[in-house]
Design a protein around this ligand. Structure first.
Ligand SMILES: NC(=O)c1ccc[n+]([C@@H]2O[C@H](COP(=O)([O-])OP(=O)(O)OC[C@H]3O[C@@H](n4cnc5c(N)ncnc54)[C@H](O)[C@@H]3O)[C@@H](O)[C@H]2O)c1
Ligand SMILES: O=C(O)[C@H]1O[C@H](OP(=O)(O)OP(=O)(O)OC[C@H]2O[C@@H](n3ccc(=O)[nH]c3=O)[C@H](O)[C@@H]2O)[C@H](O)[C@@H](O)[C@H]1O
Length: 307
């Protein structure tokens, strides 16, 4: 039995139907926040099958169990800004085209949105897809640019900063983790109940898609300048043409729908968010940075402990 404030952790694969069924037997889930996926745009060229397995087959496995559960849970899940693909209207709105993905990762997230539509339509599952925009912060993913740029700058290694074939800077609507977490909680709080029971739909159920971005794109070159200042070290920067690797030249979120429906309002600019990241990174990896010196000077302790 779980006591108040306790968390029950089960380590398993989404594709393990037996395990998922057991979990649903034990817990009558009212809500599910589904974040598990094979993430990363560029890695999709190296290991395409892992995207199909986690983002399509694994998602369907979860939906299959959820649709037969009684009660059916409401599901909030992570889609991606990458579904906008070659869309060049800015800022990206949920009403814009998402039928031209630039990477297999994006194609699997877009497939997820279509699959969600099907399970909502046939079985009455309440489904909300959240299109996250390049999320960064403490405990982030080491394969993301802000993270490995930090490591490489500190180690004196060179970094590649992409520009478009036309020589324009590549930009991202970098979004701080705490803002995204607030968006997830808002989506969960406003998720309506599913309307089916025992695999049968009783009436139409809620189906939503929202952008969760920062609404303020920043060129990657500027991200590097901010890191240089926070780390107290110059980057060995090579500006190179963006390889044909699934990347898109820019992202920029319009978040008015999320604001209207659950008050989503990102409040962390890139410099403040990266400062928190570098503070965590310094403590976690035990490395010297300008931020670490500043906070030690002020008598604070770096976050994260040691690795
Ligand atoms: N970080 C971003 O910038 C960003 C942007 C858009 C969307 N997203 C999406 O947000 C979600 C979380 O991303 P993240 O950056 O925290 O990635 P992450 O890699 O840190 O977290 C994803 C987790 O899913 C787990 N996972 C993968 N396949 C699984 C499977 N078959 N069964 C069980 N677990 C599995 C991984 O082990 C990992 O712990 C993902 O769905 C990702 O696609 C992330
Ligand atoms: O919002 C999303 O849907 C996605 O967000 C994230 O993808 P991206 O926006 O591509 O983030 P990330 O790899 O950190 O590259 C950042 C920038 O650095 C540029 N970049 C990258 C590598 C490099 O060597 N040089 C470079 O300039 C690169 O061109 C880009 O402009 C998630 O990883 C992904 O899982 C997905 O969910």
């Amino acid at each position: 039995m779980l006591l108040k404030n306790q968390v029950f952790i089960v380590d398993g694969d989404l594709n393990d139907a037996v395990l998922l069924a057991k979990l649903f037997d034990v817990v009558p889930f009212s809500h599910i926040l589904h974040l598990a996926a094979q993430a990363g745009v560029r890695y999709a060229m190296q290991n395409p099958q892992s995207y199909v397995s986690s983002n399509i087959a694994g998602f369907i496995n979860l939906l299959e169990i959820a649709k037969s559960a009684n009660p059916q849970p409401a599901i909030v899940w992570a889609s991606s800004s990458s579904v906008y693909g070659l869309n060049d209207k800015v800022p990206f709105s949920e009403l814009h085209r998402t039928d031209r993905p630039a990477s297999l990762y994006a194609a699997t997230k877009k497939a997820g949105e279509e699959i969600a539509h099907t399970y909502n339509h046939i079985y009455g599952l309440s489904l909300t897809g959240l299109r996250f925009f390049t999320v960064y912060g403490p405990w982030g993913r080491p394969d993301m640019a802000y993270f490995f740029f930090t490591k490489d700058i500190l180690q004196g290694k060179s970094i590649d900063v992409y520009q478009t074939q036309e020589g324009k800077q590549v930009a991202r609507d970098f979004t701080y983790i705490d803002d995204v977490v607030k968006g997830c909680v808002g989506a969960l709080d406003t998720a309506e109940k599913s309307t089916g029971s025992g695999g049968k739909k009783k009436k139409p159920a809620q189906l939503r898609v929202y952008n969760l971005g920062n609404t303020s794109p920043v060129p990657v070159g500027q991200l590097v300048s901010i890191l240089e200042s926070l780390l107290g070290k110059k980057a060995k920067k090579h500006v190179v043409g963006m390889p044909r690797n699934g990347d898109v030249p820019f992202t920029h979120a319009n978040v008015s729908l999320a604001y209207r429906d659950f008050g989503y309002k990102p409040s962390t600019d890139l410099a403040s968010g990266l400062r928190k990241f570098v503070k965590w990174y310094s403590g976690y990896y035990g490395v010297e940075t300008r931020v670490k010196k500043e906070i030690q000077g002020a008598g604070e302790v770096p976050e994260g402990g040691s690795a």
